[in-house]
Ligand binder design. Structure first.
Ligand code: NCD
Length: 313
């Protein structure tokens, strides 16, 4: 059954994730065409509702929508009636009344996409809610991993850094383990959530011990806007203990992948040499992000008839 919303990775399960990743292959192919555009979502209207800063995620969704020929509305929070005190619910009802098929939302509070899904008829896509979830990031990361490693069953992936504040860590853990990978969270105690109960992950405070055993290392951004620097003695000490430094680069397996969701703090969680190393797939993650988001939009909004009629040609 086609899902109506994309709110969290758990809602998809292994089958749902595999369906989206399978569909993504066609959109990677479309994206490589001389004119990377198909009529699949012609006549559909998608609204962007970004209450939190975002460049790459918003641009990536916008590119995906354009390649599918959808119409888009950008609700720019900074210059909107939100500044006149309009509630989130009224904003959503207003946008909905204009006739939208999907709302892509990013908000600093966890749970907002679920609330919106209760208020309106359109599909809701979670583009990041607080520290909670960022499902399309997890899907694009999983797609990138699979394109290099094949099956993820039994693969070992380390997610390193500011786990506590990271919606990427939460969604990625759910996606990687759903596909059978083993995940180790590597962080100082202060950057871990107070309880890891229910987390299907190993925990380590020793990156050097974990490094040689991984198929991929996923560095998280130090969320300096969330005062993470106050949770470590100094950023320099953080880098010494948990950064992918030039010394650690040498200890990483020859075939291990280096990943980061962006934006990177070069010199903090990742040294410039690691970001530009041949094992780094960071720019591939960005490119795959567009194709994965095309796949999500197509799955949620593409009408059956258009699927059959070759909306991709
Ligand atoms: C991530 C986010 O916003 O959650 N970035 C992104 O989506 N490109 C990770 C981050 O900001 O660190």
């Amino acid at each position: 059954m086609t899902p109506k919303h994309l709110l969290s990775i758990d809602d998809l399960g292994r089958e749902g994730i595999e369906e989206i990743l399978g569909l993504t292959d066609s959109f990677v192919e479309v994206s490589a065409r001389r004119i990377p555009k198909v009529p699949a979502l012609r006549g559909k209207n998608i609204a962007w509702l970004f209450y939190e800063d975002s460049t790459r995620t918003r641009l990536s969704f916008e590119t995906a929508a354009k390649r599918l020929s959808a119409d888009t509305m950008n609700f720019s929070v900074g210059s909107s009636s939100v500044n006149k005190g309009e509630s989130l619910r009224d904003t959503c009802l207003t946008i909905s009344a204009m006739g939208v098929d999907a709302i892509v939302v990013r908000h600093r509070s966890a749970g907002v996409p679920w609330q919106i899904a209760n208020w309106i008829d359109a599909s809701v896509i979670n583009a990041g809610d607080g520290w909670h979830e960022h499902p399309t990031q997890a899907l694009l990361d999983t797609y990138t991993l699979r394109s290099h490693l094949g099956d993820l069953d039994g693969r070992h992936i380390a997610i390193v850094g500011d786990i506590k504040h990271s919606r990427v860590a939460r969604s990625n853990l759910a996606a990687f383990t759903a596909l059978g990978a083993e995940v180790t969270m590597v962080a100082p105690q202060t950057l871990l959530p107070p309880s890891l109960e229910g987390w299907n992950a190993n925990v380590s405070h020793d990156l050097d011990a974990v490094l040689p055993t991984v198929d991929a290392i996923y560095l998280l951004r130090m969320q300096l806007e969330r005062q993470t620097d106050a949770l470590v003695p100094t950023l320099r000490e953080y880098t010494d203990g948990y950064g992918l430094t030039t010394q650690r680069l040498a200890a990483l397996g020859e075939k291990a992948l280096i990943m980061h969701p962006g934006p990177m703090n070069r010199g903090v969680e990742i040294c410039p040499e690691a970001a530009d190393d041949p094992r780094s797939v960071i720019t591939e993650q960005v490119a795959n992000g567009v194709a994965v988001r095309m796949s999500v939009l197509f799955l949620l909004l593409g009408s059956g008839a258009e699927h059959e009629a070759g909306g991709l040609s």
